[in-house]
Design a protein around this ligand. Structure first.
Ligand SMILES: Cc1ncc(COP(=O)(O)O)c(C=O)c1O
Length: 508
């Protein structure tokens, strides 16, 4: 038995048949072509599918099987993928997906992802062109956001990670590089950071992970448009200074998650300069609004930030995941993350050249080639087209807003500023009814809005991010809300979930 042999007794590989490469490349080629055709059809015919469907117990149970010790035919594995994974995906490729903030992806992005997997490049470091591709996309991002030369950036999973890294760079900037050895200590315990009440929860988590604790984050009041109240921020900073605390960081939002508010970034940057605070912008989806001539003026001041987090996988339509952190002063960025190691020795020539390496800019050593799909997307469509898509999603939000305002059974719950519309069906017990409506719509497969709470009122939240969404999808959402709303408010009991094939709404 193999398990009882010593290593010396195991025959060294002598034939290619003992590798993981296919015995017959023609077979895998045919399978690959079929997969490619199927996934292109998936996107091309996406409107024929429900946006999302509930996962039957039997299907879920298939993914609790035992560890596969023996090989399977890849065609069989692919059949499982087709039958049990594809139908139960999140649904954000579909134009009816309007929940949370999910991009729709593109065929080009998908193909780029395949090419990246083919190269299997590790972008932690060393001297190879995939890293230059990443540097190129960072450079394009730098120029679109108006950062100076010398800025540095890095692809990461998403803005949650990019925000955490920004807090760490701000921490090093405030406490010096020695914080990396001795921890935040007593001095760090008196540091305080500021953001708005409407900011994303990952900023609170970032403060926790960075060792400050979430109590060190002050969540400042917002105005009627959900923008940070700059006067209240200024007052809180003064209060904290008087109490002996040391303000060090302000996080502005370029597109809040609830309703898409953009803070007054110009006022924030001026305040930060005056108070000598690190100014970070959470631009998860809003920062790419800079590509839309209509939205760009509203982001004025973003170019003065010390760091910006953004996601290409949202409004940029790049397939998941493709977050990015960009830092104005590349030295501070490197000071936060670079760490020498004998096994990562840099050279001036050969494969170990090309320092600084991406691993000097973030926590990851092994990193995939995320940049390729962003590079393909930017080159294929160009920033004008991508900007036009962003503008159009906002116009669609305006269309949805108008439909809500014209319908007496519906109520708008927040001003529409970007691409997010929060509204509800008027009903007694409105929070319960609207929560049920959203689940009913998701289960029907017609659309996939999500919910949020605004001043205690549960909102149906539609974030129009997907480039495929058009007025048909908005009309279908409204019709579904009215239909399910009427049923939910006329009966306190259950509602028969619409069978997709029978739904008259799908004909819209
Ligand atoms: C404003 C904002 N910040 C941060 C995030 C977190 O980004 P990610 O999901 O890419 O980590 C989101 C996600 O929607 C967001 O809208």
């Amino acid at each position: 038995m193999t398990g009882t042999r010593t290593l010396r007794e195991v025959p060294a590989q002598s034939q290619s048949s003992e590798t993981l490469d296919p015995r017959n490349w023609d077979d895998i080629r045919a399978l690959g072509h079929r997969m490619l055709d199927d996934m292109l059809d998936y996107a091309a015919d996406i409107r024929d599918r429900p946006v999302w469907r509930p996962i039957p117990d039997e299907v879920r149970a298939r993914f609790h099987s035992a560890l596969p010790r023996q090989p399977s035919d890849p065609g069989e594995v692919y059949r499982e993928f087709s039958d049990f994974i594809v139908p139960y995906a999140t649904g954000n490729v579909h134009p009816g997906f309007m929940g949370w903030v999910h991009g729709g992806g593109t065929a080009v992005g998908m193909l780029a992802e395949m090419l990246a997997a083919g190269l299997n490049a590790n972008l932690g470091g060393r001297d190879h062109i995939p890293i230059e591709v990443e540097r190129q996309v960072v450079e394009w991002t730098r120029s679109m956001l108006g950062f100076p030369k010398g800025a540095s950036g890095l692809f990461v999973t998403g803005t949650s990670m990019a925000n955490l890294m920004a807090v760490l760079v701000a921490r090093t900037s405030a406490l010096g590089q020695s914080v990396r050895k001795r921890g935040i200590g007593d001095e760090g315990a008196s540091l305080t950071a500021y953001t708005s009440r409407a900011a994303h929860g990952c900023i609170t988590k970032a403060m926790d992970f960075a060792g400050f604790g979430s109590n060190a984050l002050r969540c400042i009041e917002v105005d009627g448009l959900h923008r940070i109240d700059v006067a209240a921020l200024r007052a809180r900073i003064a209060l904290d200074r008087n109490a002996g605390l040391k303000p060090f960081l302000v996080v502005g939002s370029a597109g809040t998650v609830d309703i898409g508010a953009i803070d007054d970034l110009r006022a924030l940057s001026a305040l930060c300069r005056e108070e000598r605070l690190w100014f970070h912008v959470d631009g998860a989806y809003g920062a790419l609004g800079i590509l839309s001539p209509m939205l760009a003026p509203r982001l004025a001041g973003i170019e003065n930030a010390d760091s910006i987090a953004l996601d290409f996988h949202k409004w940029g339509q790049v397939p998941y995941d493709a977050g990015l952190l960009i830092v104005r002063d590349g030295d501070r960025h490197r000071d936060t993350f670079s760490a020498p190691a004998a096994y990562l020795r840099r050279e001036t020539r050969g494969l170990a050249a090309g320092s600084a390496w991406p691993c000097d800019l973030g926590p990851d050593l092994s990193r995939g080639f995320r940049a390729l799909k962003a590079w393909f997307t930017l080159k294929t469509y160009g920033t004008e087209k991508l900007g036009a898509i962003i503008t159009r999603t906002c116009a669609l939000a305006g269309y949805l807003e108008a439909r809500v305002l014209a319908e007496p059974r519906l109520e708008l719950l927040a001003p529409v500023q970007l691409n997010i519309v929060c509204f509800r069906y008027r009903a007694a017990d409105a929070n319960r009814v609207n929560g049920d409506i959203v689940i009913d719509i998701q289960e029907s497969g017609i659309a996939a809005p999500s919910t949020t709470l605004l001043d205690g009122r549960l909102a149906i939240r539609a974030a129009i991010v997907n480039h495929r969404t058009d007025t048909r999808d908005i009309d279908a959402l409204i019709a579904a809300v009215l239909d399910f709303g009427a049923r939910r408010s006329s009966s306190s009991g259950g509602v028969r979930v619409l069978n997709l094939e029978q739904s008259p709404l799908l004909a819209m």
